[in-house]
Design a protein around this ligand. Structure first.
Ligand code: S3P
Length: 259
């Protein structure tokens, strides 16, 4: 802040740079511009602003700390508003074959991000008051896929969720379309690891034998890869390592852009 020809000049951009580091928000150029514009627009008319992010206020008397305080307050408020807007609408979706840890990792991820965890299969079971196994037995796979699609659609506009989907969610083209619009991570494992994890699970109606599961796995791999925004290789990593990897990828993406 300095006095220039009876005007107090306050450099918003400089101040913004100095405080932004303390905020856990996106620091891309677009966000900085949004914050500056919002702060400048919210100042009373006595403040003249320039596109370059300077504020001028005519000073009759000598230095008045209130000028700087007004600008600082406006910037802090603008940072808060923009950071909420940026976070708004962000949910994380986990996809992958049966046994890839979507539920376990989803729960840990939700806890770390302070998001709500939704397990799509459990969500369907609660709605239908039936287990997935009972649903497959009583109405068949096509009927289950319809329910799955409807439930996924219900979640589409909800924010701050971590959604653990079922392994076959990508079999429905409408689901793929929805998932492509979200932050979707594919938890990828080699087939033998997955087979070992699920082969004795009687609650998974699609688990029959090695050959059938092998065919199913290979028929889906490409779809998972095309649907996700990021592939997470699981081999050799713990649940905690995978959830931390997802969080740092999200942070990296937020740093670069927040569109
Ligand atoms: C399915 C996977 C299951 C469940 C249903 C169908 C699939 O979820 O949705 O049995 O088609 O792969 P998990 O991936 O959580 O086992």
């Amino acid at each position: 802040m300095k006095e220039v020809n009876n005007y107090m000049e306050i450099l918003v951009e400089k101040y913004l740079e100095s405080v932004l580091a303390e905020w856990d928000i996106c620091k891309c150029d677009k966000c900085k511009k949004d914050i500056t514009a919002l702060a400048l627009n919210s100042l009373p008319p006595m403040y003249t602003t320039t596109e370059a992010g300077c504020v001028y206020v005519k000073v009759n008397t000598s230095f008045n700390p209130q000028y700087a305080a007004d600008v600082v307050l406006a910037i802090d408020k603008a940072i808060q508003i923009v950071s909420e807007e940026v976070r708004h609408g962000e949910s994380v979706y986990l996809i992958g074959f049966m046994g890839s840890g979507k539920s376990t990792i989803g729960q840990e991820l939700a806890m770390k991000l302070k998001y709500k965890w939704v397990d799509l299969d459990k969500y369907i079971e609660e709605h239908q008051k039936m287990t997935i196994k009972e649903l497959f037995e009583s109405c068949g796979e096509p009927c289950f896929r319809k329910l799955e699609m409807n439930c996924l659609k219900e979640l589409e506009h909800k924010d701050n969720l971590v959604v653990s989907t079922g392994g076959g969610v990508i079999m429905t083209p409408e689901n793929v379309r929805l998932l492509k619009k979200q932050k979707t991570f594919y938890l990828k494992w080699d087939f033998d690891t997955l087979f070992e994890r699920v082969s004795h699970d009687e609650n998974r109606p699609l688990v029959k034998n090695y050959k059938q599961l092998w065919t199913l796995y290979h028929s889906r791999t490409k779809l998972y890869e095309e649907t996700c925004c990021m592939v997470i290789e699981g081999k050799g990593k713990s649940t905690t390592q995978i959830s931390e990897e997802i969080i740092s990828l999200m942070e990296e993406e937020n740093e670069n852009s927040c569109d």
